[in-house]
Design a protein around this ligand. Structure first.
Ligand SMILES: Cc1cc2nc3c(=O)[nH]c(=O)nc-3n(C[C@H](O)[C@H](O)[C@H](O)COP(=O)(O)O)c2cc1C
Length: 497
């Protein structure tokens, strides 16, 4: 028994003896039981400096799972923890809704038993609301809170949240200072930012300086501006510059670098070259959750497709545990699991021996994913980018008895005319623009506003009629001609003086 509990047991016995007349009252007994079973002191020291020191020691040298709306759901984080993930963030929680009692926001603060050091990411621009959310996160068992200052989506920025906080570094400083001071040193507060709002307003160095001064536990820098999509590589030189500023100032505030990490050797190199305290990974973990194991071992793992299906089956069973193994659970799962396949389908192995050189010049996450010419139907299915295929995979995993059964069922589907039809329909619907943007960005189609709009209006119009084989052949021929024409034009341009 802990010393603290022994002390309390003794005090309880003495008090009970002294106050003999009340010692048998049920209220008194229940007070005693509660005092003995609830730890009154959280394992944190009481000043911001020592709070931050604990935080620092936990994150030092780690590969951290990024906050990921939708992707960072509890079953997915449980899976990552199985692969040795040490530090992680919740999906973003809107503080305003949380403090008003929105249950959906509150469930985002839940964590699985195996998650080691877990932070709740909040979006707020108000001190009092932020403080209340910090308190709620602390009470729900979070180890730290992170303030989102990077989210570029309109839903957040129109409310003055996310990346719009970068517009005024001074206001952001006051916000963070207020939240730290008024939250009573219960829980560390880190901040996640971008380089700036846009390329002509890059202010990361000023923002980090201000955050250092007011006692942020750490600053994570996603090395892009809010306006930039994912097409251009993250600017790690800028991160390095911020780290050097900190060294020159003698600052102890850790910097976490983020952007374009896909392999353990890219993470290690970024850490060494830029001098950051830790690295954060988003899409790389969504594509291969075992990246945490690879990072720990310093060695890549090249799972077979069967190994991967076993992992996806495990994720499905974690979703069953969390959402419930019934119709309602299946409905909840259908929002998350198919979506995960729009990342899982981008898996490709990048052994260090073959890809290290290339990773030095361009991040591997930007590589186009190639499927071998002799790929099996099952491999084609798991590489496929269509929502229909993802929904079918998720459904099959959910209803399979075990992973071997899932492999059998999925194999059957991959060889079926149903899948053939999906493939043909998607090939027709795909256009060059999608190939150029979605593939390179490693972002699922649903996250792209333009694509989303297209899908909505298509849903309203109802399903497209299936084309005849002749129509399909004609469309393919037309596309091939267009591609050849474009290539000829490009060659002519390149040859011109
Ligand atoms: C699907 C998805 C959801 C994201 N949601 C959040 C979020 O809620 N909060 C946040 O700060 N960043 C969010 N991000 C950004 C990531 O945390 C990370 O900064 C970004 O993806 C760059 O890291 P990467 O190159 O390793 O993916 C999201 C990114 C993706 C792809």
């Amino acid at each position: 028994m802990a010393a603290e509990q022994c002390r309390r047991l003794l005090m309880f016995a003495i008090t009970a003896w002294v106050f003999l007349p009340v010692r048998l009252s049920p209220k008194f007994v229940s007070w005693g039981v509660r005092a003995l079973s609830t730890p009154s002191v959280r394992p944190y020291p009481s000043s911001t400096d020592s709070l931050n020191e604990v935080f620092r020691s936990k994150i030092q040298g780690q590969l951290i799972l990024a906050p990921l709306t939708r992707g960072g759901n509890l079953p997915f984080r449980r899976l990552c923890s199985d692969f040795g993930m040490e530090v992680s963030y919740s999906e973003m929680v809107y503080s305003r809704f949380l403090v008003k009692g929105d249950r959906r926001e509150a469930t985002r603060m839940r964590r699985p038993d195996n998650e080691k050091f877990f932070g709740v990411q909040i979006a707020t621009n108000q001190v009092d609301e932020g403080v209340e959310a910090m308190k709620m996160a602390y009470e729900s068992g979070a180890d730290f809170v992170d303030l989102n200052c990077g989210c570029p989506i309109y839903e957040a920025t129109r409310r003055g949240l996310g990346s719009s906080l970068l517009r005024s570094p001074k206001k952001l400083e006051h916000l963070v200072q207020g939240m730290i001071e008024e939250s009573g040193n219960q829980i560390p507060l880190s901040v996640k930012i971008r380089l700036g709002c846009s390329e002509d307003s890059i202010n990361v160095r000023e923002v980090v300086d201000r955050l250092r001064n007011v006692g942020a536990a750490a600053v994570t820098i996603h090395a892009r501006t809010a306006r930039q999509g994912y097409r251009r590589p993250a600017d790690w030189n800028m991160i390095q510059q911020v780290v050097e500023d900190g060294k020159a100032q003698g600052s102890a505030v850790p910097i976490i670098g983020n952007g374009d990490i896909m392999t353990h050797y890219e993470a290690t190199r970024r850490m060494e070259e830029s001098g950051v305290d830790a690295c954060m990974v988003g899409r790389g973990a969504l594509i291969k959750p075992w990246i945490f194991q690879e990072f720990k071992d310093g060695l890549e793992w090249e799972p077979s497709l069967e190994d991967r299906i076993e992992i996806y089956y495990k994720l499905t069973s974690y979703m069953k545990d969390y959402f419930g193994d019934d119709d309602m659970g299946r409905k909840k799962m259908s929002y998350f699991l198919p979506w995960h396949f729009s990342f899982f389908n981008r898996y490709q192995s990048y052994p260090e021996s073959s890809f290290k050189e290339e990773s030095l010049t361009s991040p591997l996450i930007h590589r186009r994913i190639e499927l071998a010419d002799d790929a099996s139907p099952l491999e084609i299915l798991f590489h496929h980018g269509s929502d229909d295929a993802h929904a079918r995979i998720a459904d099959t995993l959910w209803s399979s008895l075990n992973s071997a059964d899932a492999i059998r069922q999925l194999q059957k589907f991959a060889e079926s005319t149903d899948f053939q039809e999906i493939r043909e329909r998607i090939e027709i619907e795909d256009d060059n623009e999608k190939e150029d943007t979605t593939e390179l960005a490693n972002i699922p189609e649903g996250s792209k506003k333009t694509h989303w709009k297209g899908r909505k209006s298509r849903e309203r119009r109802g399903p497209k009629p299936l084309r005849t084989p002749e129509e399909i052949a004609a469309i393919r021929a037309e596309r091939a001609a267009k591609k050849a024409r474009l290539e000829a034009e490009q060659r002519a341009l390149a040859d011109s003086p």
